[in-house]
Design a protein around this ligand. Structure first.
Ligand SMILES: [Ca+2]
Length: 506
C-alpha cells in the first residue's frame, strides 16, 4: 500500500478502502514493465479523472448552450463528444459549501460547518479525492480548490482537492505511467472583480448580451455581462490546454473529463440565491472509452452526484454517508433526453453566505426544482435575503452584502426609484416570504411568486411535502426540528467591519 493512514482516519474509512478494494497499482508497482503494460489499453485500467470547475458561471453562458457572446470551444468539445446535461444544479449557490458538497457527495445540511462559506470542511467527512488517493490515484489541484475557508480548524493540513500545482501541465509533467490521476482544474474565473469594459474592448457586441429577465436591460448591465463572459473564455482556454495535453499523451480516451461551475453568475438575484441563475450550472462529461458522445440529457442532477460517479468509475465503493447518486449509469447508457425518470428534481440549500447580518446570521433556505416548478422554503423570512441594508452590518460597508459589488448592483441601488428598475431592485434586495413558488411554464424567469395564489395551493403543498420529506430522510436539522448551528459556527473570512461578529453557540 502506498499510503499509510493515521488510525483515526483509517477507522472512519476502513469499510471502503481495504486492501481488497485497492485498485492494484501503487508506487512500488510502477516500473518499466507496468508502464509498458499500461501503454496497452487494458479494459480494466481505471480512468483518469479531470474535473474542470469554473467559479460563478450560469448554465446558459457557453456557446454549446447558445450564448452568442461567449466562445467556449473546450466546453463545446466535451459536450459534443460526450454528454451535455441541461438540468444540472449546484447543491448550494455559494463557493465553499458547493465545493464541499462536490467533494463529499453530500448536501450541505449534512456537512455541519461546511454548510457555511469562509468556514472549514471537517476531516470526518471523506472526500472522493482522498478516497481515490488511498486507492492508488495521484491527486492534485490548481487555482481554486476547496475554499474559501480555513482547513486547520477542520483537522486538515492540505486542500481536500489535492496537492496544489501551478497548472495542470505542472502536475501532468511528473505523472508516472501506469498510475491513474485525479485532478481538480480550478479557476477563479468568472468570479468578480472584472476589468471594466474588457468584454466590449475584446470585440464583443453589447447588444447581443444575454440579459436575464430579472436584471435591467441597459448598457451598464450588458457591458457587465460581457466582462463576465470574457472571464469564462479564459477558463475555457485552460480547459482546452488540458485537453490538448491529454490528447498528445494518449490519455484522453480513458480520462473522465467533467466541465462545470460551482454555482451561477455573480449578479443580483443570481449567486447566493436559490433561483436558476444562482443554482443552474453548465455540465458536460466526456469519457470516450465508456461513454457514447453526441448526447444531451435532461435528467435532474446535482453536482454532489459527481463524487459517487467518480468512485464508481474507479471501482471504489462509496462511503455509507454519501446520499448523492452516481451518474455512471446515465452517462454510459448511450441514451439522450430523460434517461432515468427517477431523476426528476434537484434539491438546493443555503445557510450563511457572507458576513453581512448581525450576530453572524445567515439566510437559511431550501428548494426543490422540478421540470415545471421551483419551490423555495425560507426558514427566516424576517431576515434580509441579500444582506442587511444597513452599511454598518456589511463587509466594506456596502449594503446587501450577499450580492457581490458590481456595476449592475450599483446601478440598481442608485436607480431604485426609477419605475423601470424598482420592481427588479425589490426582487433583488427586498425581503421574501416563507414560501416562494414559481410556475416555470408561465414564468421561466421566476419573477412572480404564486405561493399565495389559491389555484396553486395543491402544487405548493405537494412540493412542500416532497421537499421536507427529502430533507428529513437525509437528516437536515432544519426539517427535523433539531438545533441548527449554522448561525453560530465561526466565520474565517476577512472581517472588514469591526462591528460584525458571530454569536457564540447557545
Ligand atoms: Ca463560486
Amino acid at each position: 500500500m502506498s499510503v499509510s493512514l493515521p488510525a483515526s482516519r483509517a477507522n472512519t474509512t476502513s469499510r471502503r478502502c481495504s486492501r481488497r478494494t485497492f485498485l492494484g497499482f501503487s508506487a512500488a508497482s510502477i516500473g518499466t514493465a507496468s508502464a509498458r503494460l499500461a501503454a496497452r489499453e487494458d479494459s480494466n485500467e481505471p480512468p483518469n479523472i479531470l474535473l474542470c470547475i469554473s467559479d460563478d458561471q450560469s448554465w446558459l453562458n457557453t456557446s454549446a448552450m447558445g450564448d452568442p457572446t461567449v466562445r467556449t470551444p473546450a466546453f463545446d468539445r466535451v459536450a459534443e463528444e460526450g454528454v451535455l446535461f441541461t438540468n444540472a444544479y449546484c447543491d448550494a449557490p455559494t463557493c465553499g459549501p458547493s465545493r464541499s458538497a462536490i467533494l463529499t457527495g453530500q448536501p450541505i445540511w449534512r456537512l455541519e460547518e461546511a454548510g457555511n462559506i469562509h468556514s472549514t470542511l471537517p476531516s470526518k467527512f471523506p472526500t472522493y479525492t482522498e478516497l481515490l488517493e488511498r486507492a492508488g490515484y495521484r491527486i492534485g489541484h490548481t487555482s481554486k480548490g476547496w475554499g474559501p475557508g480555513r482547513l486547520e480548524p477542520g483537522g486538515r493540513t492540505r486542500n481536500p482537492a489535492g496537492d496544489k500545482f501551478e497548472s495542470f501541465e505542472a502536475f501532468h509533467v511528473d505523472q508516472p505511467a501506469g498510475r491513474p490521476f485525479c485532478f481538480w482544474l480550478g479557476s477563479s474565473d468568472p468570479h468578480r472583480p472584472y476589468e471594466l469594459g474588457s468584454g466590449a474592448e475584446s470585440g464583443k457586441d453589447p447588444s447581443a448580451a444575454l440579459v436575464p429577465p430579472h436584471l435591467p436591460n441597459n448598457g451598464v448591465v450588458r457591458n457587465d455581462i460581457l466582462d463576465y463572459c470574457l472571464e469564462i473564455e479564459r477558463f475555457d482556454s485552460r480547459v482546452g490546454t488540458a485537453l490538448a495535453l491529454l490528447e498528445q499523451s494518449g490519455q484522453l480516451r480513458n480520462t473522465i473529463v467533467v466541465v462545470t461551475s460551482d454555482h451561477g453568475m455573480p449578479f443580483p438575484r443570481a449567486k447566493a440565491t436559490l433561483y436558476d441563475y444562482g443554482t443552474r450550472v453548465p455540465l458536460a462529461v466526456r469519457w470516450p472509452k465508456a461513454v457514447t458522445g453526441g448526447r444531451t440529457v435532461n435528467d435532474f442532477v446535482s453536482l454532489s452526484d459527481l463524487a459517487p460517479t467518480f468512485l464508481e468509475a474507479a471501482g471504489q465503493p462509496e462511503p455509507a454517508a454519501v446520499t448523492a447518486r452516481s451518474l455512471l449509469a446515465v452517462v454510459t447508457s448511450g441514451k439522450s433526453g430523460r434517461v432515468d425518470t427517477s431523476r426528476d428534481a434537484a434539491y438546493i440549500a443555503m445557510e450563511r453566505h457572507d458576513g453581512c447580518r448581525r450576530d453572524g446570521k445567515g439566510y437559511p433556505c431550501r428548494a426543490i426544482r422540478t421540470a415545471t416548478h421551483l419551490y423555495i422554503r425560507n426558514f427566516e423570512p424576517a431576515r434580509w435575503p441579500s444582506g442587511s441594508p444597513d452599511p454598518k452590518d456589511c463587509a466594506r460597508n456596502i449594503p446587501y452584502g450577499e450580492v457581490a459589488p458590481s456595476p449592475t448592483k450599483t446601478f440598481m441601488m442608485e436607480n431604485r426609484d426609477d419605475p423601470s428598475v424598482d420592481r427588479l431592485a425589490e426582487l433583488a434586495f427586498g425581503t421574501r416570504p416563507a414560501h416562494e413558488l414559481f410556475d416555470l411554464q408561465e414564468d421561466p424567469g421566476q419573477l412572480r411568486n404564486i405561493a399565495a395564489d389559491a389555484g396553486a395551493a395543491d402544487t405548493l403543498h405537494e412540493l412542500d411535502d416532497r421537499l421536507m420529506a427529502h430533507l428529513a430522510a437525509t437528516k437536515d436539522p432544519r426539517a427535523l426540528g433539531e438545533p441548527a448551528m449554522w448561525d453560530h459556527y465561526p466565520y474565517y473570512g476577512r472581517k472588514v467591519n469591526s462591528d460584525w461578529s458571530v454569536a457564540p453557540k447557545p
